[in-house]
Every structure is written in C-alpha cells, then in structure tokens.
Design a protein around this ligand. Sequence first.
Ligand SMILES: Nc1nc2c(c(=O)[nH]1)N[C@H]1C(S)=C(S)[C@@H](COP(=O)(O)O)O[C@H]1N2
Ligand SMILES: [Mo]
Length: 515
Amino acid sequence: MRPQAWAAVSGALSVGLGVIAGELAAAALSPSVTPVTAVGSSVIDVVPPAVKDWAIAWFGTADKAVLLATIAAVITGIALAAGVLEYRRAFAGRAVVVGFGVLGALAVSSRPQSSAVSFVAPAVATLVAILVLAALIRALRAWAGAGDDGAEGPLPARRRFLQAAGGTAAVAVATGAAATGVRSSQSAVTQQRSSITLPAPAGAAPPPEGSFVPEGADLGIEGISELVTPVADFYRIDTALVVPVLDAAEWSLTVTGLVDREIRITFAELLALPLIERHVTLACVSNTVGGDLTGNARWLGWPVRELLARAGVRPEADMVLSRSVDGFTAGTPLEALTDARDSLLAVGMNGEPLPVEHGFPVRLVVPGLYGFVSATKWVTELKVTRFADDTAYWSTRGWSERGPVKTSSRIDVPRANASVPAGDVVVGGVAWAQHRGVEAVEVRADGGAWQRATLARPISADTWCQYTATLRLPAGSHTLQARALDREGGVQSADPAAPAPDGAEGLHTVTFTVT
Ligand SMILES: Nc1nc2c(c(=O)[nH]1)N[C@H]1C(S)=C(S)[C@@H](COP(=O)(O)O)O[C@H]1N2
Ligand SMILES: [Mo]
C-alpha cells in the first residue's frame, strides 16, 4: 500500500479511537448525551420535515439505525481525508479533527439533557484523535522517509508504524468493549423497572368502559390483528435517538403555566393514587393507509383531569404543552384532558410498568388524538397555556396544530398478493374512530357495491375493533377495499391524502388471487 493510503487508514484509526473514547467517557459521565447521538439528534432536529417524514415512511422504526449508519459513513469519510491531509501537511488533518470536535460540542450543547459534564466526551474524543493522528503520521513519515536516506533501513520504521496502527486498532476494540460494558451496567433502571409492582386499578369498571375485554370483542380469526397488541409488537415512534433512561425514584412532573398553583408530583405519590385502567388505541399521524403505526394497549394511570383540577386551570387557557425530558413537546387541546374521556398519566402498559421505549416511568395517553399532539413519553412537565402563545415540536415542522384521529380501517386478511382457495373468502381487519366509536365497517370487491361486515363488539369507543366478512368470489385476481363509518356519521374518505399535515386519508386496497 502507498503512504497516502496508509495516511488515510491512520486518519480512520485515530478518529475511530477518538470517537469510541468519547462514547466511553459519555457512557460513564452523561449517558443520555453522547457526542455521536447528540450529532444524530441535532440532525433529526434540523433536517427539513419532509426528509424526516420520508425517513419515517421508508424506514419506519428502523429510521434511527439508518441515520446512525449514515453518520458513521460521513465520519469515516472525513477521517480518511484528515489522515491524508495530515500526511501532506502537519496540522492540516488535526485542524479538520478539531473542527469536527467543535461541531460535536455544539451538537452536545443543543441537547436539552446536556450539562457541563457532557462536554468532557467531545473534548476527550478530539484530544485522543489529534494525539493519535499526529503520532501515527509521524511514524508513517519515518517509514516513508527511511527508505530514502537509507540510514536506518526501511524495516524497523515500517514495523514501528504497523505496530502503532495495530495497537491503535486493538485499543479501539478494547475501549469499545468497555463502553458497551458501562452501558449494560446502566440497566439498573431496567432492573428498577422490573422490580416495580404496579397497584391494581381502583374499583375496576365493568365492560365496556373498564379494562376488561368483553365477550365477543375478539373474533379469533387467523390473520386479523390481535385485539390487544403485545408490547413487543407495539409500534414505536419518537425523535429520541437514545431512549431517555429515567430513574423513577427521581422522576417528578410539574404542572406550570396558567394555573392557580404550580404543583409537583413524584412517582411514589402517583402510584399511591386511585389509578384506573383503560384500553386505548394509539395512532401515529405518519401512519399511511394500511400501515402499522397503530396499536391497542391496556394503560394503567391516573386521569389527567384530576391532576389539572388540583392545580386549578385558569379560564383563559386552551392548551396543555406537555414536555418530555428530551425536549419533545406536544400541544393538546385542554378540553381533551379535562372532559369525560379518560386521558391518562400512564404508568402501566398491558399489565407491566411502561417499557423504557414507551416512556418509562410516565407518559400521556389521550383517547382520540394522534400521538404527536398528545402521547408524550418520558413526560416531566405539563404547561397549561394557549395555542396562541405556545407551539409544540411537530407543529413548528409543518404538521397541524390539532390532531384528532381520522376514522379509518385496515384489511389484515387476505394479505396483499395472497392466493386463496376458491369458495367463501374470509376477509377481515381492524377499524378505529377513537372516542367517536366505530359504527360499521363496509367492504367491497372489485369496486362493486359496499356490503356490511360483521363488527366485533368494541372494547370501548376509544379502541379499534375487529371486523370480518365472507365474500364469494370467482377464480382470478380481485381487489378488496374497506371503509369505516363512525358513530358521529363520519365515513372514511375514499380520496387519498398524504399523512402530512394531519393524517392520511383513503381506502386500504388489497389485491389478491382466488385460485
Ligand atoms: N418524548 C416523546 N414522546 C412522544 C414522541 C416523541 O418523539 N418524543 N412521539 C409521539 C408520537 S409522534 C407518537 S405516534 C407516539 C408513539 O408512542 P409509542 O412509541 O409508544 O407507540 O408517541 C408520542 N410521544
Ligand atoms: Mo406519531
């Protein structure tokens, strides 16, 4: 290999070791802000909303892995270039590395969770990278130069460089292992989570409003979405590149803004209150027609209206800006948190403490509204305010201010492009019109007449319900469509609309073959 190529390798090795050392420092000192994740989170914040929407649409829950891989590729490219520059001219490569370190520090400073100690990590990363880069390039020059002056013979200098490079790689691997070790020992919060015993709901209400699944709600048809989505299958959408890891013992929520008295509640206080349990179907506004960014779970929590009543909401307020520890905010119409619906400060999901990814220790769950305007995870503040005075995270990024869930349905069986035997074809899926309630579902084949499907008994107006129908279809290719009707006279729209700004519209259309 030519010296230029070795110089590039030196750049990659020194920057690689620096980045890994920075991540180790961050893992030990400020686990919720590391240089790499701070850069990633900053990219998420500054990237045009259209790009973000595109990423969610294309990669769904894998969007974060794609972002991290892209960042790794960009860092590698810059590192290779820094090595070559440093070889051509002393300090040139180091200057690039320092510039890069400053960018990392800026990214760290832009994170809501960062504190003074968070800057140790980018400093360590930069320092390690420039020291190692200088040493490797010096060794490389000695090797390249030694061939000419002949005094030393090329071999020892060559060996010294290769040893230094190999040593750097070995230290990088060891440091990476150490960082991973520190991270996994931080599963203390995971352990704390599993040691929490949630209280039973107080005076569990009878069906249909209560936490029970009424007889007939589950049609038990193969292929239709499970009535209650298991936690492992529940969609996850948020802007958090690293999941905020909160200590429940230190968590508290404050109610601020247009209230008679600011109040603060701790996790222990919350668990001691009379909690209720409700099934609520969450939906993401980014969900496309037929998509899977929706799920139904059983949430245990305390009604938000009780909390707001304790604080005393001023008459001029019309919105609650809920804030997560990571800076995300949602703007929920005050009414949705104070009316008869059971909006919850939730601590439990399907009988377990909230999973870390779904907001441990406490999140909001508001029946009838898309998650981006209501379902704040890792919530730590409710600011009672006015739509005229405050704007939430997504509403500054091209999404609507209000987000009622649109009446919608999805076909689960048959699957697209499936082959089904001739005879009676069983179709089915789920339909939702949170808080209004599903009145009926209709299906049609090949653009023909709409026919009523059999609707399962809903758990409540706040949950999706299963539907099924049997169609007699001749052999060949067929197109199936479904539409939901809600109890307020609304009908799922047939005109396609993109998710932005306030939720997709259109009919889920599935093509399959009868053999
Ligand atoms: N802190 C925080 N909470 C958040 C979000 C977020 O980005 N950060 N995303 C919201 C959105 S857009 C949706 S759809 C729901 C998804 O909740 P889930 O991940 O538990 O399914 O969380 C909401 N709560
Ligand atoms: Mo969402």
